[in-house]
Ligand binder design. Structure first.
Ligand code: GRF
Length: 228
């Protein structure tokens, strides 16, 4: 059972998508053991509490030195024995000591098709403002592993979303969340939780649904055939 620590900063709709996917069974073999927010007022914390999940607020301004914040975040993740850290609407730059301790075990959802509209300064609504300003016909979302850069880690999943005539940034953001983010983030977690994701030379490889389960299906059919 993969233990997930989910980091949030705002409304928590991506966290909710994860919780709903675990409840519905579309995420298998994983459970959220902790929700960490850098904002005390994040509604995501309410969503976690409603789901009975342990929450913690780790805010940079509570620590005189940046290093103390970094160490507090690292120990919080280690204490809950997280196997996978999920950045779900998280606006915190993950400290290098955390990236090093959780190599290829931190994933992030970005509301664009990386390498478009990503990197420093591209987050939240601004991503969609930039997409509309550029006049792209298609945008979407990306789930990627977090490395030492900003939105530069190996890409796991992407999903495209159409940009429609008259879209405002808010309307486009909502469509990208509904049609892409809330679909591919749970999907990526299920793939990782069921051992189907590997990374080599900076590229992600996703194994086909386990042939083991297919074999057992065949085996079952054969047995019923023989019993006839
Ligand atoms: C979303 O646009 C998400 O892509 C970005 O943060 C925004 C809010 O996410 N990372 P959430 O509702 O807090 O999950």
């Amino acid at each position: 059972m993969l233990k997930l620590a989910v980091m949030v900063s705002g409304g928590g709709t991506n966290l909710q998508a994860i919780l709903d996917a675990i409840d519905s069974g579309s995420i298998r073999n994983a459970r959220v053991v902790k929700v960490i927010s850098n904002s005390r007022t994040a509604y995501a914390l309410e969503r976690a509490k409603k789901a009975g999940i342990c929450t913690q607020c780790i805010t940079r301004k509570d620590y005189p030195q940046a290093q103390q914040f970094d160490e507090a975040l690292l120990s919080a993740l280690q204490e809950c024995e997280a196997d996978l850290v999920v950045l779900a609407g998280c606006l915190v730059v993950i400290p290098q000591i955390v990236v090093d301790a959780f190599e290829n075990r931190i994933i992030n959802i970005h509301p664009a098709l990386i390498p478009a509209f990503c990197g420093t300064g591209y987050y939240g609504l601004g991503v969609h403002e930039a997409a509309l300003a550029r006049g792209v016909r298609v945008t979407g979302a990306t789930v990627h592993f977090v490395d030492g850069g900003t939105d530069t880690g190996p890409i796991i999943l992407q999903k495209a979303v159409e940009v429609l005539e008259g879209d405002t940034p808010e309307v486009l953001q909502r469509r990208v969340m509904e049609q892409a983010e809330w679909v591919i983030l749970p999907r990526a977690i299920d793939l990782i939780a069921n051992g189907r994701v590997t990374v080599s030379q900076g590229k992600v490889h996703i194994q086909a649904e386990s042939t083991a389960s297919q074999k057992s299906m065949d085996g079952c059919e054969k047995r019923t055939e023989e019993e006839k």
